[in-house]
Design a protein around this ligand. Structure first.
Ligand code: NDP
Length: 451
């Protein structure tokens, strides 16, 4: 018999925490509890990936209606009804939260719908004042969006607030050039909101392949986003009918809403971590080793709270590796190498591996940009891009960048081959699927550059 109330106490009911709790209880027979102060499902399900993607879908229908007409359908303009969408969205999130709760309950995990903090290396304190002891504590509390250090910044909203907006604004200014800023610029623009975006750097989506981000920026502008790079907000104040914003480009404009998509920070404040002597980094992230273990041996952390690779599927992998290591006697490091990912901008990007600019060895670049069949027929000007970065020496495909409708779906599959170490010749040996956009990935014969 253990001297502890639980073998494992998980703090945080998002994707990573819930998976770790369920697997530890279900597959390793551990006695497990989980606490969540907000809603089970966490950022991804409740205020991130899932509602965002549903909004991306909603925002695409305007273009689809226009395309339908180009394809011979007799359809009218139609109007988007935010309230009707929002109520369906809310029902869907309730359903998903219920699914998460049931998964936890059915796996025999004790569920606490309240905040929990760390008291010491083996004790957790719940908001109702009770304490629980645990042999291991897993912190999976995620992160939250932050506003910049600017006077009146609280006049602006952050991504968490979008899904609860009582009505769609007529105009919005989005600050930032990362995933969230660019994805929501596409969403609001597609829903008919006059969308302006200020990004302080030279080009949006810093860190991704330059050619890919260049094409996305160009297409976003063609689609109607008023994107200004090299521009930042310097002042904001309340104004008649909205928020007055002064910018570094010398303009002063009033917007209905200002959205700060200026990054996220780990949720570690007030968690008792300093008192428990858990080492934190500069952003407040929990510092962990390759097995997700903190400097306090009984305390582990996974997901965004560790600020490694802040993506849901990565948090889930980290949670499973933790269970494997701690409860199944099989030390397992989560694999952070060659992670495929999608950015749901419009156009969408799917990407894996290195950007052309980041190559540290001689490479060949294979790239093509063209009008997709569907768009060309519909009379649209948008282009898609397929790009492979290939090692001259090993012939391995080191990076693949796709800017195209459903690029996320494509990169999932290309990612398997690349993760397996596929060479350019392996791609070439694969017969094209015709007529598709993705067939270009296996039909690019000559490199456009060798560097
Ligand atoms: P990012 O860190 O990606 O982007 C933040 C942006 O805000 C950057 O463009 C940054 O500029 C800018 N910025 C930061 N501080 C300021 C400031 N004080 N004033 C003006 N601009 C500022 O954060 P996000 O919030 O977009 O996303 C957070 C994370 O969430 C991502 O890194 C990703 O891991 C995850 N995510 C993943 C998605 C997906 O997989 N599709 C979707 C959404 C989020 P600069 O570049 O100059 O630093």
């Amino acid at each position: 018999m253990s001297d502890f109330d639980y073998d494992l106490f998980v703090i945080g009911g998002g994707s990573g925490g819930v998976r770790a709790a369920r697997v530890a209880a279900g597959e390793a027979d551990a006695k497990v509890a989980i606490a969540e102060e907000s809603r089970f499902g966490g950022t991804c399900v409740i205020r991130g990936c899932v509602p965002k993607k549903l909004m991306v879908f909603a925002s695409g229908y305007g273009e689809m209606i226009a395309d339908a007409r180009a394809f011979g359908w007799d359809v009218g303009e139609g109007d988007f009804d935010w309230k009707s969408f929002q109520s369906k969205l809310s029902d869907e999130l309730d359903r998903l939260e219920g699914v998460y709760q049931r998964l936890i309950d059915n796996s025999g995990v004790d569920r606490f719908d309240q905040r929990a903090i760390v008291k010491d290396a083996h004790t957790v304190e719940l908001a109702d004042g009770t304490t629980k002891s645990a042999k291991h504590i897993l912190i999976a509390t995620g992160g939250h969006p932050v506003r910049p250090d600017l006077e009146n910044a609280n006049l602006g909203i952050v991504s968490d607030d979008i899904f609860d907006l009582p009505k769609l604004p007529k105009t919005i200014l989005i600050i930032g050039g990362g995933y969230i800023a660019c994805e929501f610029a596409g969403v609001f623009n597609g829903l008919g909101v006059e969308t302006t975006q200020y990004y302080r750097g030279a080009q949006i989506l810093r860190g991704f392949d330059e050619e890919a981000r260049g094409l996305i920026a160009e297409e976003m502008k063609t689609n109607g986003v008023d994107l200004h790079c090299g521009t930042d907000i310097i002042e904001m104040s309340e104004a008649e009918g909205g928020i007055r914003v002064k910018a570094t480009n010398g303009t002063e404009r009033v917007f209905d809403k200002v959205l700060f998509a200026t990054g996220r920070v780990p949720n570690t404040k007030g968690m008792g971590l300093e008192d428990a002597d858990v080492n934190l980094g500069r952003k407040g992230e929990i510092q962990v080793d390759e097995y997700s273990q903190t400097n306090v041996p009984s305390i582990y952390a996974i997901g965004d709270v560790t600020d490694r690779v802040n993506l849901t599927p990565v948090a889930i992998r980290e949670g499973m590796a933790f269970v494997e290591t701690v409860f199944k006697g099989n030390p397992t490091k989560p694999d952070h190498d060659l992670i495929p990912t999608a950015i749901f901008t419009q156009p969408e990007m799917g990407t894996i591996g290195i950007a052309e600019e980041d190559a540290e060895e001689p490479i060949e670049v294979y790239a093509t940009s063209f009008k997709a069949m569907h768009s060309a027929f519909a009379g649209r000007t948008d282009r898609v891009m397929m790009k492979l970065i290939v090692s001259q020496e090993s012939r391995k495909v080191l990076g693949c960048h796709i800017v195209a409708p459903n690029a996320g779906e494509m990169i999932q599959l290309a990612g398997i081959a690349i993760k397996m170490g596929a060479t350019k010749e392996d791609f070439d040996r694969t017969v094209a699927v015709h007529p598709t956009m993705a067939e270009e990935l296996v039909t690019m014969r000559e490199p456009v550059r060798r560097t």
